[in-house]
Design a protein around this ligand. Structure first.
Ligand SMILES: Nc1ncnc2c1ncn2[C@@H]1O[C@H](COP(=O)(O)OP(=O)(O)OP(=O)(O)O)[C@@H](O)[C@H]1O
Ligand SMILES: [Mg+2]
Length: 320
């Protein structure tokens, strides 16, 4: 099975300010802002939605093709992805710019001031899927990216008859109704959280029933309340539990982890319920670590842990 994961590839620079932004903002006034926060901690993490999904899929034994655009600072990131089993020949590098970067500074009250530099991601629309990958993949995942690229690639999948998963997540607030429709129409799967689903319905003016008519399967994630699967032609949805943990460290990347586990199940031909349970466990691994690519597990460890909570009727043995 050949799978392409297209979307953002980024660095996350995370800083901690050992004070309160509020105090500095109040002292300085808001008419003319020129503030510098001296931080006592900075970490740099591998990130970007497409790269995060690829990372966890590789842990689960798949060699996904990562599709996206990066800048001249990608060298060590490429090596890290290849070491874990992600295929990067479909990534396009532009040395005139830097890789997309997220700069987040968090204070003692967990307030955050952040900036996102799109950098090389803004060039993603220069490439079609056919430009970077020969042949017809079994599935393409279209994750948050340069909006023009998301629309073009969805269009390309429809025209070439390629099955795709629409994963517009973080770009939902930015896309208008028409653009959202172009991203999701004809998708084999639409995966969004509750909030994003609401926004999509509002902006496209579709009813939920009408949304279900234009995609095959809708999967809505509900944070700590699990996920809901709406299968084509089936009235009653399927509810899937979370994989409970007492060690929540950082929620960033939980949605990407969920998608990776879900996709591994789909590629194995499992039911969507079992696939979403795999997604729940993979999300939990992400929750238990700072950063979005710092969790590790072998396929065997994943299966053993899965069986402490869910019953797969031994189907997961196929993954070994
Ligand atoms: N507190 C939690 N405990 C256990 N599992 C969780 C928790 N929060 C989320 N998950 C798992 O992750 C899945 C996706 O979570 P959520 O709906 O929060 O995604 P999201 O809003 O897209 O997250 P992200 O911040 O990564 O974009 C859930 O369906 C669930 O399986
Ligand atoms: Mg999300």
């Amino acid at each position: 099975m050949e799978i392409l994961i297209s979307g953002s590839i980024a660095y996350d620079y995370l800083m901690r300010f050992p004070g309160r932004f509020k105090d500095s903002l109040l002292a300085a006034g808001l008419d003319k802002v020129s503030l510098s926060f001296l931080v006592d901690d900075m970490t740099k993490h591998w990130g970007g939605v497409a790269a995060n999904i690829c990372y966890s899929l590789a842990l689960l034994g798949i060699k996904p093709h990562l599709v996206g655009t990066v800048g001249r600072d990608f060298g060590d990131y490429r090596q890290h992805l290849e070491d874990v089993g992600v295929q990067t020949t479909s990534v396009r590098q532009h040395d005139s710019v830097f890789t997309a970067s997220f700069f987040g500074n968090t204070d003692l009250e967990n307030n955050q001031i952040a900036s996102f530099y799109a950098g090389a991601m803004g060039l993603a629309h220069l490439y079609s899927l056919a430009d970077v990958y020969d042949g017809i993949p079994d599935l393409v995942v279209i994750s948050p990216n340069d909006p023009k690229a998301m629309i073009q690639q969805s269009q390309e999948c429809r025209m070439r008859g390629i099955r795709f998963m629409a994963d517009p997540s973080q770009q939902v607030p930015r896309l208008n109704g028409e653009e959202l429709l172009q991203c999701i129409q004809g998708a084999a799967y639409l995966v969004v959280n509750e909030y994003e689903a609401e926004v999509i319905l509002n902006k496209t003016a579709l009813s939920f029933e009408a949304l279900r008519e234009i995609v095959e399967t809708v999967i809505i994630t509900r944070g700590g309340d699990g996920s809901t699967i709406y299968l084509a032609g089936q009235v009653d949805p399927i509810q899937v539990d979370i994989f409970k943990t007492d060690y929540i460290v950082n929620p960033t990347g939980v949605g990407d982890g969920f998608r990776a586990g879900l996709l591994r199940g789909i590629l194995a031909g499992f039911s969507l319920e079992l696939s979403a349970q795999m997604g729940a466990l993979c999300a939990t691994y992400a929750l238990e670590h700072v950063g979005t690519q710092n969790h590790h597990f072998s396929v065997e460890e994943f299966i053993n842990r899965f069986r402490t909570r869910f019953d797969d009727h031994n189907q997961l043995d196929q993954l070994l």
